[in-house]
Design a binder for this molecule. Structure first.
Ligand SMILES: *Cc1c(COP(=O)(O)O)cnc(C)c1O
Length: 420
């Protein structure tokens, strides 16, 4: 397709207001916008079989994406992350059919690429020259990369204690990156305050409509990779919640298109750390909106979002799916990161470790059955968290310090047979 999208309009998620999509939009009533498509027209225009013959990236779902003209697509080949069966980790958890969808393999090492590919493409298409973003880490790196790819200017604002790799990548990709003494919400205030004088476009998650559409593609891919069927349960590490909201939207669109083999939708489990669990707290209280957390602390920087602008969209999706929102113990995150990485060889981020700790709890309580099909999203690569992971890993002994006679070979044999 060279020109045109199937977008009909944008719609306020809180107030239902219709807004035109051919101009820059941010929020309505201070809350996010949905992108709406002419789904019957898409159904007539393209089939699942046609999609299956296209290149393996997220642009294979072109009709379900908002970019008007192919020449404005800004891409680094993002999408189509592998679905990896995890038999050893599954056995450890008491599960027969555990899968990880591994987003650590995306261009900047996290799934933030999906959202920023769409946001930057669409901003470019609408004539934006300067982009700004508040970030807990990975989003800033991804925006910097896509801005560089598009030839646009990027301004990145991150908390002073953001992981060092995120600081490096933003500058490496040529962004003007700044440290803010505070949280991602304080960074957001800096971007809002500068909007008028700096004339930049605010790419905060859910403050512009298109990052959500990029993250939606995780749900589209998941369905296609499973033969247009969906798993029983999805566990998703939740910060701003864009990925979870996006997947739920994807499933609804696929249902309307008639592309799913059966009607059953997965139970969506939103996972946080008890160091920052506004969504889990609101879920426990039966509320639709989440109170901001006062002193959030977690090594899973992507989860350090004290108040999400799309809180009600996350909670609505979780409840509609029959799922839940739960917090893992912060103290368990590095242990699960290491256990999962060493059992399966997958580069697990601490955010995903929160999902694994929650999953262990759900299995123990019988809320997840051993034979159910479970998909956990690994949203980022362990390499992006070098300083926190280094604390928990043993340092490597120099060879001349090893006393070979002291090595417990029985222990090594036991570990090897347990792992096979
Ligand atoms: C941003 C981020 C999250 C949270 O994603 P949302 O869709 O905003 O909830 C989880 N994990 C990692 C690695 C992230 O970078």
């Amino acid at each position: 397709m060279t020109t045109g999208s199937f977008v009909t309009h944008l719609e306020g998620a809180i107030d239902g207001i219709r807004l035109p999509h051919d101009q820059l939009q941010t929020t309505s009533g201070g809350r996010p916008l949905w992108v709406r498509y002419d789904l019957p027209a898409i159904r007539a225009a393209v089939t699942r079989e046609e999609v299956a013959r296209r290149p393996m990236d997220l642009w294979r779902y072109r009709e379900l994406l908002p970019v008007e003209s192919d020449e404005h697509i800004v891409t680094l080949g993002e999408g189509w992350s592998p679905m990896l069966p995890c038999p050893r980790l599954g056995a450890e958890l008491g599960l027969e059919r555990l899968w990880i969808k591994d987003e650590s393999q995306l261009p900047t090492g996290s799934f933030k690429c999906r959202g920023l590919a769409l946001a930057v493409s669409r901003a470019k298409e609408l004539g934006v020259k300067r982009l700004a973003i508040p970030t807990a880490g990975n989003a800033g790196g991804a925006m910097a990369a896509y801005a560089a790819r598009a030839g646009l200017e990027a301004w990145v604002f991150m908390p002073a204690d953001t992981p060092v790799v995120n600081k490096l990548e933003a500058t490496l990709y040529g962004a003007r990156a700044y440290l803010v003494d505070g949280l991602i919400s304080d960074c957001g205030a800096v971007v809002r305050a500068g909007a008028e004088t700096m004339e930049w476009f605010d790419c905060s998650t859910l403050k512009e409509p298109y990052r959500l559409e990029g993250k939606k593609t995780m749900g589209l891919e998941l369905a296609e990779q499973l033969g247009w069927r969906l798993p029983d349960v999805i566990l998703y590490p939740t910060g701003g919640g864009t990925g979870l909201i996006g997947m739920w939207k994807a499933f609804a669109e696929l249902q309307t298109l008639g592309w799913l083999e059966d009607e059953k939708l997965p139970r969506m489990v939103s996972c946080q750390s008890d160091g920052c669990a506004p969504i889990a707290n609101a879920f426990a209280r039966g509320e639709r909106f989440a109170d901001p957390v006062a002193n959030p602390h977690t090594i899973a920087s992507g989860l350090r979002v004290p108040g999400a602008v799309g809180d009600f969209m996350i909670l609505d999706a979780v409840r509609a799916s029959g799922g839940m929102a739960l917090a893992a113990a912060e103290s368990e995150l590095t242990g699960w990161t290491r256990r999962a990485a060493s059992l399966e060889g997958i580069s697990i981020c601490p955010e995903t470790a929160a999902c694994l700790a929650v999953l262990e709890q759900l299995v123990r309580e019988g809320a997840v059955k051993p034979e159910e099909q479970i998909v956990v999203f690994n949203t980022g690569a362990a390499q992006k968290y070098v300083e926190v992971l280094a604390e928990d890993l043993p340092s490597l002994p120099p060879i001349d310090e090893i006393d070979w006679d002291e090595i417990d070979w029985n222990e090594i044999d036991r570990a090897a047979s347990a792992g096979s």
